[in-house]
Design a protein. Structure first.
Length: 186
């Protein structure tokens, strides 16, 4: 992967706070479609952690399916909107404003982790993040991870313009996920 030519992906909090400050929901108020299709890997009552969930669309929907959900994001404007939407919909989610490096991650107690388009992470941060996500899972817990491959750079329809942030099957199954033996990856 080409990391030498990548410009720094600076100040994520500022960038996302500005994006989420616009009226409405940047990615909609409905959950990610792929997450919706695969969420049956978890059963009502199970504990699921939603990583970098922005304005809360995924965590709220998971909670509406009867899961016990915690979610965090670095952008306080996004998390504030998630709180409002949760109140409107009468749903409870344990939201936090946190950087993924500073979040108080649970250890081996989650049935699931959902990480949908968390490609803000460069390779060193991704390795720390993936290690935390997998460590949060109890034995047999399931991780749902969705992200773009480098082909997305040809389509130019979103996602980081940095190849080093994108996923390959070998990267995700290999070096990025060295500690996957605790849980299962879908
Ligand atoms: C492409 S959005 C995806 C949001 C959400 N997962 C969804 O599917 O709607 C990326 C999210 O990552 C968050 N983010 C960026 N850097 C972060 C960091 N270091 N720690 C936690 N969240 C971060 C942003 O605030 C933003 O909400």
């Amino acid at each position: 992967m080409n990391t030498k030519t990548d410009p720094p992906f600076s100040d994520q909090a500022h960038t996302w706070n500005q994006r989420f400050a616009a009226p409405g929901f940047l990615f909609g108020a409905e959950p990610n479609g792929w997450l919706r299709e695969h969420a049956a890997v978890w059963s009502p009552g199970e504990r699921v952690m939603c990583v970098a969930d922005g304005e809360g669309r995924n965590s709220l929907w998971l909670a509406e399916q009867g899961l016990n959900v915690e979610a965090f994001d670095i952008a306080e404007t996004g998390v504030a909107k998630a709180h409002s939407l949760a109140a409107q919909r009468g749903v409870t989610v344990g939201f936090s404003v946190a950087d993924c490096d500073g979040y108080a991650w649970p250890e081996a107690t989650c049935d699931g982790v959902a990480a949908i388009f968390v490609q803000f992470a460069d390779p060193p941060l991704r390795e720390r993040l993936f290690t935390r996500m997998v460590s949060a899972l109890k034995s047999g817990g399931r991780l749902l991870l969705q992200g773009y491959t480098p082909r997305q750079l040809e389509y130019r329809t979103g996602g980081p313009p940095l190849v080093s942030h994108l996923y390959t099957v070998s990267g995700v199954r290999g070096s990025d996920m060295r500690s996957l033996s605790r849980g299962r990856c879908c």
